[in-house]
Design a protein around this ligand. Sequence first.
Ligand code: G1P
Length: 297
Amino acid sequence: MRKKVTKAIFPVAGLGTRFLPATKSVPKEIMTLVDRPLIQYAIDEARAAGIKEFIFVTSRGKGALEDYFDHAPTLEQELRKKGKDELLEVLKDTNMDSGAIAYIRQHKALGLGHAVWCARRLVGNEPFAVILPDDVIAAEKPCLQQMVEAYNETGGNVVATMEVPPEKASSYGVLDVQEDMGHVVKVKGMVEKPPVGKAPSNLAVIGRYILNPSVLRSLNQMKSGAGGEIQLTDAIASEINGEHGVYGYRFRGQRFDCGSKSGFLQATVAFGLARDELRDDLLAYIRDVVHLDRAAE
Ligand code: G1P
């Protein structure tokens, strides 16, 4: 029997400079798609995949995240007094069992690999998931759940992947494929942010991982890689010839890059359209805008 994946790391230490001035005082993970913060989508996905322990790797200025997942007695009391049961229900998703959530600080911005390494003692010696909240994935079956199912078959290390246009590959970790089995690919190499034209394939790594704890041991070496940062991609790549192996998993779903303004806006529209109470109004507005745009051409 494979050990169950019950712990997930959420690297949330980034400064979010692409969203300044908003992120001067609001962690970017608290920015909302419709009415739910980015981090809520990540937590919902983790819960659906059976995750029970949530490890946040934070930095200075991320206090709002801790408050968000705390109980809010005054607010709850007020809502109860006013009989606003539906709002109390909405708040339930923000509550964590005592001890289910842990915060650890990354004191220096040394890269994603370093952020994950900071959580090593909390992970211990079991497989764990990593979720990058910037990558929001709309899917019928949540992406991490799909991956856990794949992992139950493959074991080893599983990274989410999707095809990207060749000119975009240099913004991602990219897989070198040994064997393509459809949804699952066996990986023989991984490169973080390859120079333009040098990517080994157009299969990009997307921010969902299920990893063997031996990845943490290779992170111990603190080797810096692309951009002078300690890269998670490099640590996973060092597993390829080890006992566990690395697999890419082509998930079913639509991924939004909410680390970019354009991706964030697209996700806002997509999640807005998915809400019954907003769909008609939003659609009418989008039709108007497109119509005006065409008329101006
Ligand atoms: C990180 C990873 C990269 C991955 C990407 C997915 O990069 O290092 O391998 O492809 O997330 O979003 P970042 O976007 O943080 O530069």
